[in-house]
Ligand binder design. Structure first.
Ligand code: SPD
Length: 335
């Protein structure tokens, strides 16, 4: 079982709870009510089609992806966000934070396998890995496939996400059972600032969207702290939104990463049907040192205990092929 440290008692401060923050959050847009409701459904459940969950946010204006609800299994309000789990008719159980889908049992493999194996298959013998966010444990599950890995740290801000994942998504949260895992409950930004320079071979930032508790994880100072925490030739992979919806965000991330990471800087993407626009991207960067060629994986993956459902070496290389409209913008930032 993983070691656990809880911020407050740990050596880094806790981020301000969301009540103290001011933002135009997705929660406001999707209007999910998590108060005890005496049988009344949360607003987002009936906002578009009665009995369906509709994902409405200022980050994807004018559209709403909907899933039919079989049963609401959990609703809670943590210090940071609203947390909901429901049984859907066609995608299995669904984890929702602040009205935004984080994972479904049916398609979580596409995200968790890609955000993990794109970076870890790109360097020989990764040993020390840090996961920021990723409280559901799915990235841990994938990192644990590497026999070369000796230490896996995870820093997740919201204990409710961890607890709910262990209760409702055991096949995802199974990642916590690996003895190499140490769990730190606290603010990832503060955690990284306290990390000695050059500690990690790889950092994986599995965040929610850049409104609410994950906002800072998309900003330039954060990328600088990640770079400091990596050894020379170390790699980072961060959740980097959708080419269909968020080119303005991606453009900024690429520009910042070009300034900070002196190795290589690449954008890759994958399909996840239940994420807005059905796709999501990843920013992959390396620090100065041994060159990293992200497009050509150097490791194979242990499938003996759990077969991969999505990732393979062909899809790894293909993930870096961009449609022309995105390539034009991203390449322009490379100059
Ligand atoms: N638009 C939602 C993006 C969510 C990305 N993080 C998902 C966490 C799964 N481990």
């Amino acid at each position: 079982m993983a070691d656990e440290s809880v911020a407050g008692s740990a050596d880094f401060p806790v981020k301000r709870p969301r009540e103290e923050e001011e933002n135009g959050s997705a929660a406001a847009a999707s209007a999910v009510s998590m108060e005890p409701d005496g049988g009344k459904e949360p607003d987002s459940v009936s906002a578009v089609i009665p009995g369906w969950f509709s994902e409405i946010s200022s980050m994807w204006p004018g559209e709403a992806h909907s899933l039919k609800i079989e049963k609401i299994l959990f609703q809670g309000k943590s210090d940071y966000q609203n947390v909901m789990v429901f049984q859907s008719a066609t995608y299995g159980k669904v984890l929702v934070l602040d009205g935004v889908i984080q994972l479904t049992e049916r398609d979580e493999c596409a995200y968790q396998e890609m955000i993990t194996h794109l970076p870890l298959c790109s360097i020989p013998n990764p040993k020390k890995v840090l996961v920021i966010g990723g409280g559901d444990g799915g990235v841990l599950r994938e990192v644990a496939r590497y026999s070369s890995v000796e230490k896996i740290d995870i820093c997740e801000i919201d204990k409710m996400v961890i607890d709910v994942s262990k209760q409702f998504f055991p096949e995802v949260a199974i990642g916590y059972e690996d003895p190499r895992v140490t769990l730190h409950v606290g603010d990832g930004v503060a955690f990284l600032k306290a990390v000695p320079a050059g500690t990690y071979d790889a950092v994986i930032v599995d965040s929610s969207d850049p409104i609410g508790p994950a906002k800072e994880l998309f900003e330039k100072p954060f990328f600088q702290t990640v770079a400091n925490a990596l050894r020379p030739g170390g790699v980072v992979c961060t959740q980097a939104e959708s080419i269909w919806l968020h080119m303005h965000i991606i453009e900024d991330i690429v520009a910042n990463c070009r300034e900070i990471f002196k190795g290589s800087v690449n954008y890759a993407w994958t399909t996840v049907p239940t994420y807005p626009s059905g796709v999501i991207g990843f920013m992959l960067c390396s620090t100065e040192g041994t060159a990293v060629d992200f497009k050509h994986p150097v490791n194979s993956i242990d499938e003996s205990k759990r077969p991969l459902r999505f990732y393979n070496s062909e899809i790894h290389t293909a993930a870096f092929c961009l449609p022309s409209f995105a390539k034009k913008v991203i390449d322009a930032k490379a100059k």
